[in-house]
Each structure stands twice: as C-alpha cells, then as structure tokens.
Design a protein around this ligand. Structure first.
Ligand SMILES: Nc1ncnc2c1ncn2[C@@H]1O[C@H](COP(=O)(O)OP(=O)(O)OP(=O)(O)O)[C@@H](O)[C@H]1O
Ligand SMILES: [Mg+2]
Length: 466
C-alpha cells in the first residue's frame, strides 16, 4: 500500500485530503510543519508527498528541495493558492511532479495522486533492476531472469574455469559474443586479453593474416611485421565469430594450430608457442555443414569440447522487460538524456514484439526510443510497427532523408520530435476540452510555448478553442 505524507499547516485541508486518500486505499501520515515533515521523512518509507507551498515555519519549496536532495524518488505534488502560481511553476523545475491550485476537486486530486504513484512505482522498479544489474558488476552483461537462459548461464559459469573450447550456438543477435565475453570474465584468463575475430567479415587471405600475423615483406604491402590474434590473445581468450564462414583450407590451418599449440607468422621461419582458450560462435548448424561436406568434422570436435545453445529472445520473454531497462540506462547515459523511465504501454508493446532480430533489435529500439522521448519512453517513440511485426527500422531514416537520400540524424530527430509533440498536444487538448491553460499545465510548459508549438505543428484547434 502506498504511503502518502501530507504536509500542510491547515488542519481542514489535511482532514479532507486524508479522508480522500484513505477511501482509495492509500496510507497517510500528516505533518503540520516543515520540521515535522523532516522528522517523518527520516523514519518512514514515504512514496508520495503532497506539500503546501505556504507552511507555518518553512516554505513548501524548502521541503521539496530537501526531499529531492535526500530521497529523489519520492513523488512530490505541491498545493498552491492563485497568488503563488509562479512559485508553483518554479517547484516543477525543482523536481515536483505537479501542482494543484486550491480549491481543487476530489477528482483532480485523485488523478494527480495516481500519476504520482505511477511515477514512484516506475522509479522503484528501476531501483530494483539497477540493483540486479549492478550487483553482478558486469557493465555489458544483464543476467537473465528466464529459467531457460539461467540454465545456460549456469553452465557457462561451470565451464568458464576450465580451458575447454566452447561453441556458442544461437540465432543472430541472441548474444553469442556477449556470452563469450561473459565466460572470459569468469575465467582465470580474465586478466589477459579477450580478442574477437568475425570470420564472416573478412576475405580468406585477410582472415589468415589476422589470425597468424605476418613478417615484413611476406607479401606485397606487408611493410612491417604484424602480430597475429593468437599471439595478442596469449594467456587470454580468442573468440572466433561466424566460424562457419571459414574456407576449407583455413579450417585445416586452424585445426593444425589448435593441435600443435603453435603458430608461424605468414612468411615467418620460426614457430611461436600459443596459450589461448578458444570460443567460437555460429548461427548456422555446423553438424549440418559437416553432413554437406563443407565443415571439417575433426575441427568441429576440437572447437566443441563444450557447447551452449542460446535461446531466441522470443523464447526468453521474461527478459524483455529487464533487458529493456538495462539498455534504457545505457542509452540515457550514452545520449546524455534524463528520460525517467519506460511507460507501461511501451513495455507492453515491447513484450508483444516478435523480435526476429533478437536482443540486438530490442537494443536498437530502446536507443531509438530514448533518443526520441521526453520524460517517459512512450510506445510511439519506439518505432514499432502496429500489430507487433517488429520495429520499423526505416522509420527514422526516411523522416531524416536529406537531399540525395542522405540520412541526416539531426533532421530525423527534429521531424520525429515534431511528430510526437503534435500527437501529444492534440491528445492533451482533447482531454482538456481545448482549454489551453490546462493543457499547458498538463504538458509542463507555459502558455506562450504551447501557442507557438500549436502554430509550428499546424494543429487545428478550431471549435475547441478556449
Ligand atoms: N545478456 C545481455 N546483456 C546485455 N546486453 C546483451 C546481452 N546479450 C546481448 N546483448 C546485446 O545485444 C546485442 C547483440 O549481442 P551479440 O553481438 O553478442 O549477439 P550475436 O549473437 O553475437 O549476434 P550475431 O549473430 O549478429 O553475431 C549486443 O549489442 C549486446 O550488447
Ligand atoms: Mg556476433
């Protein structure tokens, strides 16, 4: 049950608010002064504070400041008389969620209380998730909440301490590289390098020079010596991504290196001992490729001393919420934004998406959502296709296509922001019956800004003009 602190020196107001809240299943504590409010805040886990601007001893603003500096997650709603509206607006800048002008109706009050509770719930959920995320001290890895994936993580933890080679299977974007890093970070090799090579991204001769290195003059253009990844990863882990893309002849060379535990740089004369743990990934079934005669069975057994099968995101739906929050935190930092959370509607939309591109696709949707949202990530910020057919990846580029079809991020963001603002303002105007003063208040902007936005977004206010 949510606990509400009422701070007001007027007994009658406290009485009315208290009864109203009790009738809706809120718990209530009352303070008749700022000093008393501070005492209560020290020893109670308050969810919402409703604070009068004018108190006997202190100003409501001072109470607000203290709450926001010591317990910023408490949602604060201010009461004000008509004469103090400018101070009330100031309070919003200081972190109050909203203000109510006295006298207000019961419905107005309950609506704001509900909004405050929702905000409080979101920040609490975030705190819990943050604890879960950071207790593992792995900045890139979000431990799973799904029973299926938890089992995979447990197995990864068990194999990490050995030097066994691990083959990570899983669909595209399901976290194979992240899993390889996770194993490395739990292994005794963690103090040495984790080196990754995407075998699908390079032509055959470059894969070999990357892996084994070369001596100066080994071929045209080799103007200085280059160490191979096997050398760089000495004492650490070498991750070979998309191993199914290796040509048959490179497969043979790799097999020899693994068996003999030594390499020779291209054009080199001496062998170099290696000490590397190999983790590989493939999103094509290697067993099938062996049957087709395009992947060597002997190499397969060398790289597959232990295997892990990662589920698709659709098979670990429980994680969508947690991963979303995790990426949300990352995106807020990366984009220097202060978005407060992901709305319930947006979370629901995320949970209903098929995510054929798995975690990578989800991460992109969240980054896009944070980029385009204001206070909360709303469903429309995510660029999801209606009906849950996955994100509309092209939504932003087409909005931001510059001359010659070149993508312009600034233009794209501008266009999308305008679109979102327009929709939001139209909705709020509808809700307030066209009352612009109320609408401006709900939107948290002044009336002048609202008028200029209405003009800029070409919103037709017509008959609902007030
Ligand atoms: N458990 C996780 N916690 C946090 N982020 C994750 C997790 N799993 C995957 N990701 C993120 O999802 C994205 C895709 O992960 P990754 O590159 O490991 O997938 P992959 O299976 O190797 O993809 P591909 O098949 O395309 O190579 C990355 O941005 C990664 O940071
Ligand atoms: Mg990968």
């Amino acid at each position: 049950m949510a606990l509400v602190l009422i701070v007001d020196d007027d007994r009658d107001t406290r009485f009315v608010i208290r009864n109203l809240l009790l009738s809706r299943d809120y718990d209530v504590i009352e303070a008749k002064s700022g000093a008393q409010a501070f005492e209560i805040l020290e020893s109670n886990d308050i969810d919402i504070a409703v604070v009068d601007l004018v108190l006997g001893d202190l100003s409501g603003i001072e109470v607000l400041k203290k709450i926001k500096s010591e317990a910023p997650d408490i949602s604060v709603v201010m009461f004000t008389g008509h004469a103090d509206i400018s101070t009330a607006v100031e309070s919003i800048k200081l972190g109050a969620l909203d203000y109510l002008v006295k006298p207000f109706s019961n419905d107005d009050f309950l609506l704001v209380a509900e909004k405050a509770l929702k905000e409080r719930r979101i920040s609490r959920e975030f705190e819990a998730i943050k604890k879960h995320v950071y207790s593992h001290n792995l900045k890139e890895f979000m431990p799973s909440m799904s029973p299926r994936m938890k089992k995979v993580e447990e197995m990864a933890g068990q194999v990490a301490g050995s030097d066994l080679s691990v083959l990570v299977n899983g669909p595209s974007g399901s976290g194979k590289e992240v899993m390889a890093k996770f194993i490395h970070s739990l292994s005794n090799r963690r103090k040495n390098q984790f080196v990754a090579l995407d075998c699908g991204a390079l032509p055959e001769n470059l894969v070999e020079s990357e892996l084994f290195g070369y001596e100066k003059g080994a071929f045209t253009g080799a103007d200085k010596r280059k160490d191979g990844l096997f050398e760089i990863a000495f004492g650490g882990t070498l991750f070979l991504d998309e191993i199914s893309n290796l040509s048959f002849s490179t497969q043979a060379k790799l097999l020899r290196v693994i068996q003999e535990r030594k390499i020779r740089r291209l054009g080199g004369k001496k062998d170099i001992m290696i000490d590397v743990r190999i983790i590989t990934a493939s999103n094509r079934p290697l067993e099938q490729m062996i049957k087709e005669g395009v992947f060597r069975e002997d190499l397969y057994h060398r790289i597959n001393q232990f295997s892990l099968q990662l589920p698709s995101l659709a098979e670990r739906k429980e994680d969508i919420k947690y991963l979303s929050m995790f990426f949300f935190e990352q995106a807020n930092k990366m984009l220097h934004k202060k978005v407060k959370g992901i709305s319930d509607g947006a979370l629901k939309a995320l949970e209903n998406c098929p995510w054929t591109g798995n975690i990578r696709e989800l991460k992109n949707a969240i980054i896009r959502g944070v980029l385009l949202s204001g206070k909360l990530v709303l469903p429309e910020n995510l660029g999801l296709v209606p009906g849950g057919a996955g994100p509309a990846v092209m939504a932003i580029p087409s909005a931001g296509a510059g001359e010659g079809g070149e993508f312009n991020l600034k233009k794209a963001v501008g266009a999308k922001t305008l679109e979102v603002e327009k929709e939001l303002i139209e909705k709020v105007l509808l809700l307030t019956g066209g009352n612009k003063i109320k609408a401006a208040r709900v939107l948290g902007i002044d009336r002048k800004s609202l008028y200029s936005k209405i003009k800029k977004c070409r919103i037709k206010t017509g008959s609902m003009d007030v």
